[in-house]
Design a protein around this ligand. Sequence first.
Ligand code: AMO
Length: 426
Amino acid sequence: AIASRVLIKELPSHEGQQVKLRGFVYTRRDLGGVQFLLLRDRSGVAQVVLSKTHLPMPESSVEVIGKVVRQAKAPGGFEVQASNLHVLSEATEPPPVEMNKVEWHANPETLLDYRYVTVRGLKDRAALKVQATLVDAFRDYLSREGFTEIFTPKIVSAGAEGGANLFELDYFGERAYLAQSPQLYKQIMVGVFERVFETAPVYRAEEHATSRHLNEYLSLDVELGFIDSEEDVMDVEEALLRNVVERLEAQCQEEFDLFGASLPILGERFPRIPLMEARRIVTEKYGHQVGGKDLDPEAERLFSQYVLEEYGSDFVFVTKYPRTARPFYAFFEEDGFTRSFDLLFRGIEITSGGQRIHDLAMLKRSLSERGMSEAGFEGYLEVFKHGMPPHGGFAIGAERLTAKLLGIANVRFARAFPRDRHRLTP
Ligand code: AMO
């Protein structure tokens, strides 16, 4: 009797035995008397050989019982010679795209239109697996370091990151917004736990469709109290990311191989270079005139290239942004610069962070110098009357990190069901 189900990745340890597999029909090939079936389960893909059986449509879910035999030409080096195929749920329509290709040549919009099934693709699911693993590693590392997970509201009365890209909604007749970031709440929670983190979606009403912007994305937030400066915050982020990379190396090698991607080059230490210096380097070395107050996307790409060549690191902290380029809560110096940073990874910003203002008078001054009203921030401002310690933190955009790790060109494919400028379904 074959009691329990075996996973495809476990086949080598069952050579010569009868096993029961369950999974999806990945491809089927009928060679007259012999049928070849590639079966996909959560652990991999295996070849199954059957005779005189009607193979159901691709994506049907099936159970197969058969003998495990060494077969050099089969994926994984083993095949199952099946005596029995039992259809658990038959597909009634062919999948909208051919599912059995690692590289799909369909239009990306078509793939997203049919995402409810294309998300089953090997690379699509590998991307989501890598993301799940990195979030897991993020939680584990921070928990070990004394951080506590928090859960902050996503329906809020004021935007934390500036008014331009807020989704507005009607909250029983009152104006409310979808949270752009847990920023103000994670700061408040420093007063409770000192060290906190959150992994939750946030919302940005970005009007433009780009390869790096989503309207809903997963924000990996960290905040910690009793710091000396933003250097402490960068130390935490660097140690965290080194830990995440270690975990990916241990658990996601197959997923990286599928993408032909390599793990990040970490170097000795992530360089920390002031923004003004970065802008100068990009202009002088590459002749690129940097637009705006920050680094534009092309400048980010060029500067990352420079850092890889000069410092042997895929990561670089860009530090000391001017006040005009940062939100009101950023701790500022009288010279007009802030104790803040971005982290670039392989040519794109994946993090903003820094030390925050913890002094109420300074915070009120920051708001008023920006012409911002205190309305909507009353509760937040209150907490600064109650001994808020010097603190700081950062947030990582999970889709950007995932996409850059695997060489995915558009962040939409690092999310199961992306919300973009033109997409509210599936
Ligand atoms: P910021 O607004 O820079 O900072 O966002 C932090 C990180 O989130 C990611 N990100 C996005 N990812 C996908 N689509 C978007 N539309 C999008 N917008 C941002 C990026 C970015 O680096 N409260 C601060 C963080 C902090 O200081 O702790 C904040 O939200 O990877």
